[in-house]
Write a protein that binds this ligand. Structure first.
Ligand code: AMP
Ligand code: ZN
Length: 500
């Protein structure tokens, strides 16, 4: 029998159904019902559809953004270990006020500007060990779908065209508006602030009511060349409509789970529900809402506008590894704000070291080498959880990562004498938990982690290859070779290896 740990090998084992789970469904807090609810496949469905709002690509994502994306990655991995096949869709917001202003300031086209920041985002995701979503749709590539949805809303009486050719969603026409954020919209409410209490800077033109929001924004001189034709004249989509149109295109009118940072709960997600349900006439847009609390710096949300942000590159330059950053970002409960400190990163370093030393001891007793822990390895016990069954159950209950890690440390500190078989059971259980958390150990065995410029070049080459720009892909491969790195391509991704 074969046990796989690490990267694709582990997923392969999982897809083939080689191991069993501890037999409990994952339960997770749902923002809409405010209840703990089990996550499972709907009758007749073979995949679990998960839509996550992606980055606005006008600069490097900060580690606050990555807290949200990494927690979504842990949720996806946990569902996979639990035996579900997940279809993960995460969009790219590549047209809005910020991307347009950023492109103009950089003297670039919107396409070139957003491509550069999308590639940087991909490079950071790879360094942090985030699994690639199966679909990563861009807003610009879905303009016709957005127009079609706005048309449906106008036809059904849920939207109106203003004098300047902008189109607004009529909030009072939507029964149940406010159900996600639990705001009573029968009283006059506005979209002036979001659910994190911050000013909502989306520009609005000629609304009938303060709560109405833009679906289509008529062309303005400051938009430059960034406009598209529509039945209402030239313009561009409002922000909220892109996620409704892209989730409909890739997951259908209803799907299993929707995720985002807590600031998106209102108005963005409330508006997504309203747009999709009113356009399709089908209730029950996302069955489950997964919102993660913010990363804070000295008590304030980390954000580009506040200028209190850290990027992954900045932390790597301070000597921390992306895996240490990942650990620090997931170490707190997802529903609690996490205060970011350098001390938190140092704690992450020592926690990872502790796990590595614990695993080394287990490997010794089990008769395996470190390298065998990170590549497909022959094991007899791939279904076992050993002493880590409880840690897994803790993770399954509302994605309690700190509780799960606490249980892992308790078990690793347990000095009981183990037999070879028991140590193998432990490695099987702990290996699955580490996969779910996306924590890769002994990176020196798998090879040194590549420097940020190499990671960025590799992401560019992969994007060029996907776009069938083979000349650019070859040129970038050459550049990587000159820097002493080789890219090993797989069907849906790649690895970077130091050349020998
Ligand atoms: P944006 O690139 O601004 O569209 O945000 C991308 C994702 O990051 C969204 O899900 C946001 O809710 C999330 N986000 C933004 N700031 C933070 C923060 N400080 N902590 C956690 N998540 C955040
Ligand atoms: Zn969204």
């Amino acid at each position: 029998m074969t046990y796989f740990y690490g990267g694709d090998g582990f997923i392969l084992a999982h897809r083939r159904g080689f191991y069993l789970t501890a037999g409990m469904p994952i339960v997770l807090h749902d923002t809409l019902s405010r209840e703990m609810r089990p996550l499972s496949l709907k009758a007749g469905k073979s995949t679990f559809g998960m839509y996550c709002c992606g980055p606005t690509v006008y600069g490097p994502a900060h580690i606050g953004n990555f807290r949200t994306f990494t927690l979504q990655d842990v949720l996806r991995r946990t569902l996979e270990v639990d035996g579900l096949k997940v279809k993960h869709v995460r969009n790219i917001t590549d047209v809005d006020d910020k991307t347009i202003r950023g492109a103009q300031a950089a003297g670039q086209t919107l396409t070139d500007f957003t491509k550069k920041w999308t590639e940087k985002f991909h490079a950071d995701c790879k360094a942090l060990g985030l699994l690639t979503p199966q679909v990563e749709p861009s807003a610009v590539a879905h303009i016709p779908q957005q127009i079609a949805m706005i048309q449906a809303l106008v036809e059904r009486g849920h939207a109106y065209v203003s004098k300047d050719g902008s189109v607004y969603f009529k909030v009072h026409s939507c029964k149940g508006y406010g159900k996600l954020s639990h705001i009573d919209f029968s009283k006059q409410e506005t979209q002036a602030t979001n659910s994190a209490g911050e000013a909502n800077d989306a520009d609005e033109y000629e609304r009938e009511s303060a709560s109405d929001f833009a679906l289509w924004k008529s062309r303005k001189p400051e938009d430059g060349n960034n406009f598209w034709p529509s039945p209402w004249g030239e313009g561009r989509p409002g922000w909220h409509i892109e996620c409704s149109a892209m989730s409909l295109a890739h997951l259908g009118a209803t799907f299993d789970l929707h995720g985002g940072g807590i600031d998106l709960c209102f108005p963005h997600h409330e508006n997504e529900i309203a747009q999709t349900e009113c356009a399709t006439g089908i209730n029950g847009f996302a069955a489950h809402w997964f919102h993660s609390a913010h990363l804070l710096v000295e008590g304030e949300k980390m954000s580009k506008s506040k200028g209190n942000l850290f990027t992954l590159d900045e932390l790597v330059a301070k000597g921390f590894s992306p895996m240490e950053v990942r650990y620090a970002l997931i170490a707190g409960h997802y529903r609690t704000s996490l205060n970011f400190t350098m001390k938190g990163l140092e704690d992450a370093r020592s926690a990872l070291g502790k796990i590595e030393r614990g695993v080394e001891k287990l490997l010794q007793v089990a008769g395996f080498t470190k390298a065998e822990f990170s590549v497909p390895t022959v094991m007899e016990t791939q279904t076992a959880w050993g002493r880590f069954a409880h840690a897994w159950e803790v993770l399954q209950h509302d994605l309690n990562i700190p509780g799960c890690l606490g249980q892992v440390f308790t078990m690793l500190a347990d000095k009981s004498e183990l037999t070879e078989a028991q140590a193998r059971h432990d490695l099987s259980g702990l290996g699955k938990i580490l996969y779910a958390l996306g924590l890769v150990l002994f990176t020196e065995v798998a090879g040194p982690s590549a420097p940020a410029n190499v990671v960025a070049l590799a992401a560019q080459r992969w994007a060029a290859k996907q776009a069938k720009d083979f000349a650019a892909a070859d040129r970038l491969r050459k550049e990587l070779t000159e820097l002493g790195w080789t890219m090993l391509d797989h069907k849906d991704g790649y690895d970077l290896k130091k050349s020998v």
